[in-house]
Ligand binder design. Structure first.
Ligand SMILES: [Zn+2]
Length: 292
């Protein structure tokens, strides 16, 4: 068995829902399922390092037989072992090949060298793309609404606002039609100049301000795209989400899938919750996107 030496070429960043490819490797897993690696795929896998967007749903078709993909995860190999979802390195690390592992219950009939058609469930993908686009917009709108609570200079986002999202985020989950982000305001964030004590009294105004910003951006119908580096569509190549917002383009590093334009949404809003947790404050941002 020879392990892949180059990344899977991925076409989901361009919005593709189907692709054709060749089987590179079929690896049985300890749980009885098998990981199928192709040379190229439209199937979005979860990234175990930052598992924000879940895997697509869909099928692989080989010789007229459809195999349900029960999960898909980024795998990594340095030529000795294929790590399926438990790579010891970050996606994109030099010297490693990063591949989409399509997990199937029974891979009988799938052989290396065989031709495969990949089909992704369009409804789930569309809902996840809407959720992911809204999630990025919400993070920028939240940074904007919280800008007045900073008393010192800190790292800024693509719009020049203090980057609360990047500095405080602990987890992000993309849902169908929305997202759930958790932030932690602890000692170090307060030391960096975030006036945490003032947040509870301003929470309603912060939420309303962020929602006004979201409404304005969606009304602009801004174009959304994924900027790719590397030139050969490799899974491990860096990608950036780009939105042509009215006051200028903004980019955020991102490995997920997105809408192509904010005209695909009729609206989006956030809700914020605060909770005390052992000397820190947890902020939960629930974002809801409405598809046109
Ligand atoms: Zn993203």
């Amino acid at each position: 068995m020879s392990l892949p030496s180059i990344d899977t070429a991925v076409t989901y960043p361009d919005g593709d829902l189907t692709s054709t490819g060749t089987v590179v490797l079929v690896q049985p897993l300890p749980d009885g399922r098998s990981a199928v690696v192709l040379d190229r795929t439209a199937f979005h896998p979860i990234d175990p390092v930052w598992p924000d967007q879940p895997a697509d749903a869909g099928t692989l078709t080989v010789d007229g037989r459809a195999y349900e993909v029960v999960d898909a995860v980024i795998g990594a190999t340095d030529g000795t072992t294929l790590h399926v979802g438990d790579a010891p390195v970050r996606t994109g690390t030099d010297g490693w090949a990063f591949v989409v592992c399509h997990l199937v219950e029974d891979a009988a009939g799938i052989e290396p060298g065989g031709a495969v058609v990949v089909s992704v469930d369009p409804a789930r993908r569309g809902a996840l793309s809407a959720g992911h686009t809204a999630c990025h917009l919400a993070s920028l709108a939240l940074n904007d609404a919280l800008a007045g609570l900073w008393t010192k200079e800190v790292a800024v986002d693509g719009r020049g606002r203090p980057n609360f999202d990047q500095l405080a985020i602990t987890s992000s989950h993309i849902l169908e039609g929305g997202s759930l982000d958790e932030y932690r305001i602890g000692k170090s964030l307060r030391k960096k100049g975030f006036a945490a004590a003032d947040l509870p009294a301003q929470l309603a105004e912060v939420t309303a301000a962020a929602n006004r910003t979201l409404t304005d951006w969606i009304a602009s119908g801004a174009a959304i795209s994924i900027v790719r580096e590397g030139g050969r569509q490799g899974l491990g190549d860096r990608r950036r989400w780009r939105a042509e917002l009215p006051e200028g383009a903004v980019e955020i590093p991102c490995g997920g899938t997105h809408l192509r334009s904010l005209t695909e949404l009729t609206g989006a809003e956030i809700a914020l919750d605060l909770a005390d947790a052992e000397g820190a404050v947890t902020v939960t941002m629930r974002t809801t996107a409405h598809l046109a």
